[in-house]
Design a protein around this ligand. Sequence first.
Ligand code: AMP
Ligand code: MG
Length: 273
Amino acid sequence: MSIATRYRVKPGTSVDLSQWKTDDAEGVDRDEVEAKTEANTIAISELQHRLYAEHKRSLLVVLQAMDAAGKDSTIRRVFGRVNPQGVQVKPFKRPTEDELAHDFLWRVHQHTPRRGHIAVFNRSHYEDVLVVRVSNLVPEERWKKRFGVINGFEQGLINGGTEIVKIYLHLGKDRQREKLSERLTDPTKNWKFEAGDLATREHWEDYMEAYEDAITKCNTDDAPWHIVPTDRKWYRVHVISEIIRETLERMNPRFPEPKLDPVSAMKLLEQMR
Ligand code: AMP
Ligand code: MG
């Protein structure tokens, strides 16, 4: 079983996050794994180059996690080698007034990847069934209907040629405490700390329930969720690089046929001054 398959949620499974590991690196050789991660990031960059040349399909990577799980550093490590013209990272923050005046997908749809590109969502439309649910930002009868809306939306993207990979970075509650205290003790990390992080941590169990529900209800054959052990950075980055590489390899983008016959074009070029 590949690493990507190991952490993929089987369709039809009812997810209980307490049964999924937040650290699964026991007995894993760190040096060996880091060398593979390195190779994966190079492969991802080369595959994106082919995806761009092919200009037919695209890849959407959805990242969701509790605060301080390491989404940002994961993005830097996994996609840092991709041509900046070919990857767009979109962080979704608290919606603006204008965004709130529309349906919840309005702000999301315009950031889905164009052909040949990879889009990485740092948080996503799933916040609208997570924070929105836990903090009671809209009534239950409204967010409950969003699971079906999300599945339809994602299916529409897939029909249009977009591959979707969804990843939940599964952080342990104790590990979050360590990472939040680092943010308070390390002056170079103070800026990352927000009062909201504490409020969110206070509702940890509610969040776990909301994540379980969202992952269970929006885990389709075509757009599956992955639950990645996140407590150790090098292991998390490795697993996610494996998932992205495997997905792109399965897509197998190809260089297109030349637009005109290269031999006759070469003859024309040679005749020119
Ligand atoms: P961060 O990703 O840590 O910079 O924080 C972004 C914040 O925006 C998080 O607290 C999210 O919960 C919040 N956020 C993102 N999307 C939404 C949404 N649709 N409704 C309310 N809050 C959101
Ligand atoms: Mg934050």
